[in-house]
Design a protein around this ligand. Sequence first.
Ligand code: GCO
Ligand code: MG
Length: 400
Amino acid sequence: MKIVDAKVIVCSPGRNFVTLKIVTEDGIYGLGDATLNGRELAVASYLSDHVIPLLIGRDARRIEDIWQYLYKGAYWRRGPVTMSAISAVDTALWDIKGKALNAPVYQLLGGASRDGVLVYGHASGQDIEEAVKAVSDYVRLGYKAIRAQSGIPGLPSTYGVGRGKMYYEPAEKDAPLENVWNSELYLNFVPQLFERLRKEFGPDLHLLHDAHHRLTPIEAARLGKELEPYHLFWLEDPVPAELQESFRLIRQHTTTPLAVGEVFNSIYDCQQLIQEQLIDYIRTTVVHAGGISHLRKIAGLAELYLVRTGSHGATDLSPVYMAAALHFDLSVHNIQEYMRHTEETDRVFPHAYSFSEGMMHPGDAPGLGVDIEETLASKYPYRRAYLPINRKLDGTMHNW
Ligand code: GCO
Ligand code: MG
């Protein structure tokens, strides 16, 4: 089954998405998401200029061989651009295999290991009252797990507080937004938020929180410790994770479960974190960490050490990603982040996955069960956009 054509489709139905489409000689095509928020065109060029010419004429059925060919063959390994490009190829090839065998991809991965995938949604507010209201909106929609973020008194803006009510979009057109940060104000405030949420919603609702790489290890240890009475499902990205051993210090001080990995690209980024059991959830994704093939290897390693997967699923990952993630998710034991896309985005990417009672299912369409309406997509041309940057109150550049 020769690959005869491939192309990259960049569109912006509300936000930018990069989609790879691979076509085989018998007319079957597959899709892969290659969106790298704020650096989209680098991956588009990597694919069009360097990868697509190597794909033409190859047998689309040889998924693992093509993965190894692109990974080992590049010589320059890993990194978000390379790995997002490889991920898109891998995902598109799984889509093709499913369609060719007339089976949903999860059936090729060992079949459903449970009835549905527990997902968590994003609730946020400018202050505690708004955050409580947002969490109750998600409870009403049927969510069993909810991430809660709130504006911090004394800071004009912060990570995770959406502009709209049910949608969240941090990227800004043309130039990055500048956020202001202060760890002391944040650390003093967050336990109050979760004390209130536990009081309002009782012990059973799964509550999550994302510190978005902003703390030092000892600050993260303090936060984890102070959040212990509120039994978080997880505390995410407490510190920037380049230094994997920094989690040892956090771990020594707190039993709050830790999640990390949305910015990782390969198994090597989390090998130590998993093998030393320094984390509880690994958040690598199909779209940035080598596709379904590589994510299965990460999940396999994690399973040995009782680390579960909880993949990133923000709206900057397209419905093509969400479909692929759900097929993978259904085959392993985990939770999945789910931020609803806008209707505009959903119209460009019709899909078979569905949400009900806090759970999602990828559907039973052959392949991934997601498509791209190319004519509609072409009506939304790319517009350069950037993620925000973050400075401390005195102007020092900090992690966003
Ligand atoms: C999350 C993430 C996102 C990222 C975004 C960056 O946990 O959902 O932290 O909100 O900030 O994906 O592009
Ligand atoms: Mg995050």
